[in-house]
Design a protein around this ligand. Structure first.
Ligand code: ZN
Length: 505
C-alpha cells in the first residue's frame, strides 16, 4: 500500500447546483484509492465561500505532504486543485523537487517528474482553462459590474419570471423587475413540483394545461426539461443570485418563491438525481457550441451521420439554407488559425517584452499607492497622539475624542489591510503571461492530440462569438490571443483567410 492524501474543493455556487457535492468527489477518490492500492492517510477540503477563495486546506496539504514525505495526491480534476498561479507553482515544486505524483482521477492522468511532455502540456492547458485563471484576467475590465454587484444588482439577463427594465427614476440605470406575465408560471412550477407528484416532463404538461406557458418569451415558446430543471434550482427566485461563482444573498430584486418552498424542491431534485446514472462521453464533438450561423444567428449544432462522420449545421438550416459542413473541413479551416498563434522566436520576444513592461507599469502604480498609504498611516498616528495630548490638556472633551478615535482607528485598520495586500500582491503575472504564450505556441499540437472534449475546451478558451457561413468559419479570438495573433509573422498571416480584422490596432 502507498500513502496518499486527497484534496476536495467545492464552491458555494456548486452547492446550489446538482451533482457537485464534496461527497461525490470524495467517493470518487476513495474508489480510485481502493482499486489502485493507495491508503488515504489524510483528507483536505476547501469550501469557497462568497468571501474567501478557500485555499487554507490547500496550503495545509502542501505543508503536510512535504513534512510527511507523502508521494501521492489524489484530486478529482485540475480545476479543483489550484486557483491561481501561485498555487500552480507550489504544486509544480512538489512534483519536480519532491517527487510527488499528482493523480487527476476524472481526467485519467497523472503528473509527476517522469510524466510525458505531452501530459504535462495537457495539464498546463487545463490549468489555464480553469475558470479562475480566466476570471483573474477579466477582473480589471469588470469594475462596472462590481459596482452593480455591491448594490446587490444582478448584472446579467433576467431569468424567466423577471424582466430587465429601466429604472423609472433614472433611465440610465437598468433594474430587474418581476414579469407579471410569467410570475405565476414560476410560482406554480415550484408549487407543483414540491408536491413530489410530478416529473419535470409531466410538470411541463401540467403548466401548459393550466394555460401558464402562453407568454414564454423564447423563440420556440415552449419549456424544455433541461431549462425547467435549471429554473427549479435557481436561487434567483428566492432573491439571491450567483455571479462568477459567488453567491449574493443581498440581491435587490424581489423574491417570488419562499425559501421553504425552494428548499423542498431542492430535496426532491436531489432524490431524483440520485437514481440517475451519470452519462459519460455520450457525444463528443470538437466544435460543439463554438459557432453560430452567420446568416440567421441561430446555434450551429452537431450530428453524427452514418454513425461515423461528424457534421455541423445551423439549427434552422431549412429556413436559412446554410449547407452542412463536416468536421474534417472545419479542421482544415481551424488548424491554420491555431498555427498562426505560433509566434516564432521574434514574435515571442516581442510579446514577452510587452507583458513585462505592462507588469512594470502595474508595479509602479501600486508602489505609488503604497507610498501614499504609508504616508496617511503616519499622519493618522501623529494626529492621534496630538489628540490624546489635547484631551489631557482639556482642550477637547471625551465625547469628541472617542468619536474621532473610533474614526481614526477604523481608517488605520483599512490601511493596514491594504498594506498587507500590497505585500502579498506579488502574483507572477509575468509568469502567467508566459504560460498563456506557451499555450498559444502549442495550440496546434494540443488540438491534434486532444480528445474531442479537450479540443472543445481548448477552442472555447481561444475563440468567442465565431460564426459559420457557407461552410467557412469566421473566427473571433479571445483576448489575449487576439493580441498574439496580431504579432504573428506576416508569412503565416497571409496564408490564412479566416479571421476578419475587426479591430485594427
Ligand atoms: Zn442559419
Amino acid at each position: 500500500m502507498k500513502d496518499a492524501v486527497t484534496y476536495v474543493r467545492v464552491s458555494s455556487k456548486e452547492q446550489f447546483e446538482q451533482g457537485f457535492s464534496p461527497e461525490a468527489q470524495r467517493v470518487l477518490l476513495y474508489q480510485f484509492a481502493r482499486t489502485n492500492d493507495f491508503t488515504v492517510v489524510k483528507e483536505f477540503e476547501d469550501v469557497e465561500s462568497a468571501k474567501a477563495q478557500g485555499r487554507k486546506s490547500f496550503l495545509a496539504m502542501i505543508e503536510y505532504v512535504k513534512a510527511n514525505d507523502i508521494k501521492y495526491i489524489l484530486v478529482e480534476k485540475t480545476d479543483r486543485l489550484h486557483r491561481n498561479f501561485q498555487d500552480y507553482v507550489l504544486i509544480e515544486e512538489l512534483t519536480e523537487q519532491h517527487n510527488v505524483t499528482l493523480f487527476l482521477v476524472k481526467e485519467n492522468t497523472s503528473i509527476g517528474k517522469e510524466s510525458k511532455s505531452s501530459e504535462k502540456l495537457m495539464y498546463g492547458m487545463r490549468t489555464l482553462l480553469a475558470k479562475n485563471f480566466i476570471d483573474n484576467l477579466r477582473e480589471e475590465s469588470q469594475k462596472g459590474v462590481k459596482m452593480k454587484l455591491q448594490h446587490g444588482e444582478y448584472a446579467g439577463r433576467a431569468p424567466l419570471g423577471y424582466i430587465n427594465s429601466k429604472d423609472p427614476y433614472n433611465p440610465k440605470h437598468n433594474i430587474i423587475t418581476v414579469d407579471p406575465l410569467n410570475k405565476d408560471l414560476i410560482v406554480k412550477m415550484y408549487e407543483y413540483y414540491a408536491t413530489g407528484n410530478y416529473s419535470i416532463k409531466t410538470l411541463i404538461a401540467k403548466l401548459a394545461e393550466d394555460g401558464l406557458t402562453q407568454n414564454i418569451p423564447t423563440r420556440s415558446g415552449k419549456l424544455h426539461v433541461s431549462t425547467v430543471a435549471k429554473y427549479l434550482s435557481n436561487v434567483f427566485y428566492i432573491g439571491q443570485f450567483v455571479w462568477d461563482g459567488v453567491l449574493h444573498t443581498n440581491a435587490s430584486h424581489e423574491a417570488i418563491v419562499s425559501i421553504e418552498l425552494w428548499q423542498q424542491v431542492q430535496q426532491i431534485l436531489a432524490q431524483r438525481n440520485n437514481h440517475k446514472v451519470k452519462k459519460h462521453n455520450t457525444k463528443a464533438f470538437s466544435y460543439k457550441h463554438i459557432f453560430t450561423c452567420d446568416v440567421c444567428a441561430h446555434t450551429v449544432t452537431a450530428e453524427k451521420k452514418k454513425n461515423q462522420y461528424n457534421y455541423y449545421h445551423c439549427s434552422q438550416y431549412k429556413k436559412c439554407g446554410q449547407p452542412w459542413v463536416n468536421e474534417n473541413d472545419l479542421d482544415k479551416a481551424t488548424h491554420p488559425l491555431l498555427n498562426i498563434l505560433k509566434l516564432g522566436d521574434t514574435g515571442m520576444q516581442y510579446v514577452t517584452a510587452a507583458l513585462k513592461s505592462s507588469l512594470d507599469e502595474k508595479r509602479e502604480w501600486s508602489d505609488k499607492k503604497f507610498e501614499a498609504l504609508i504616508k496617511e498611516q503616519t499622519t493618522l498616528k501623529e494626529r492621534m497622539d496630538k489628540m490624546y495630548e489635547d484631551r489631557l490638556d482639556g482642550k477637547i472633551n471625551d465625547n469628541f475624542y472617542d468619536n474621532k478615535f473610533a474614526q481614526y482607528t477604523q481608517r488605520l485598520q483599512e490601511i493596514e489591510q491594504q498594506v498587507s495586500k500590497h505585500n502579498k500582491a506579488d502574483i507572477s503575472y509575468y509568469e502567467f503571461g508566459v504560460k498563456i504564450i506557451e499555450l498559444a505556441e502549442n495550440a496546434i499540437k494540443l488540438a491534434e492530440m486532444a480528445t474531442p472534449e479537450e479540443k472543445n475546451e481548448l477552442l472555447h478558451y481561444l475563440l468567442s462569438n465565431s460564426t459559420l457561413k457557407d461552410k467557412q468559419p469566421i473566427f473571433e479570438l479571445t483576448l489575449p490571443y487576439k493580441e498574439i495573433a496580431k504579432r504573428a509573422p506576416a508569412g503565416t498571416r497571409s496564408g490564412w483567410q479566416g479571421m476578419q480584422e475587426s479591430n485594427p490596432p
